[in-house]
Design a protein around this ligand. Sequence first.
Ligand SMILES: [Fe+2]
Length: 288
Amino acid sequence: MTTLTPVHFFSHGSTMMLGEESTSADYWKACGDLALSHNIKGVIMMGAHWDAAGDAIEVATNPSPAKSPLAYVHPDKYVNYKLNPDLKTAERVLGMLKKDGFAARENKEFDWIHDTFLILIRMFPSGCPPTTLISMNARFDPHFHLKVGSCIRPLRKENYLIIGTGGAVHNLYRNNWKPMMAYRDNFAQPVPPGAWALEFRQAFEDVMTRGCGPRLRRAVTRLMKHPLYRDAHGTDDHFMSAMFVAGACGDEEDAGVEGVLGAETWELSHMCNSQFTLGYWGQMIKAT
Ligand SMILES: [Fe+2]
């Protein structure tokens, strides 16, 4: 028998999710502690802020990446955190992607953005594990990103932790920004979340928690045809890593394995930051 690591889909929310405490932040830390206690080899992430043009997909190979600045967060919270790019695994991931037919290439200059390092700091405040970043493709084809997840899925058998970071409901055009801009209060809820946000958030939870495997792949990609999808996601960038995650736990071997909604934090009235774990530590499959 062999074991499979779980996979996370985390909604990183606004930059203030790094500076302010929340149940999502507590959950990220708990997931990080669990991963470390199981001696993960490294983290492999797709975020929501980096995409490659044309047919390409990129893997970050900058040995000493900078961090993009974060609005409304004290620099002490992130400036001195040391990132840990996993160049060996990046090379391997590149090889796997190319072997599967992707126009994959390395990017030696990419600096990391908060979609990934915010999560890493929250999960691993005492030190960043070796981490590999994979870009999105700017055409935002759900099936393309699902295949990327499927391609690197075998690394779950080697104790790598795969994470997609985006958003469950993430439409910056519809957020209520005033409490954050005027009072630095990202959690203020002067009005209830819109019905469109609540409805899509529920659809996403239903898909993510009713079993992994091929049905998860079908269901997640189909969500982009949901009547309220465009209300919930004004752009596609924060939903692509959900496809990546579904690919990484959408094999026949994953069929029926549970997904769990571990925490949820609403920001800016209408942005729903749901945090999911698919699979579990110690999940056994027959050796192949
Ligand atoms: Fe983002």
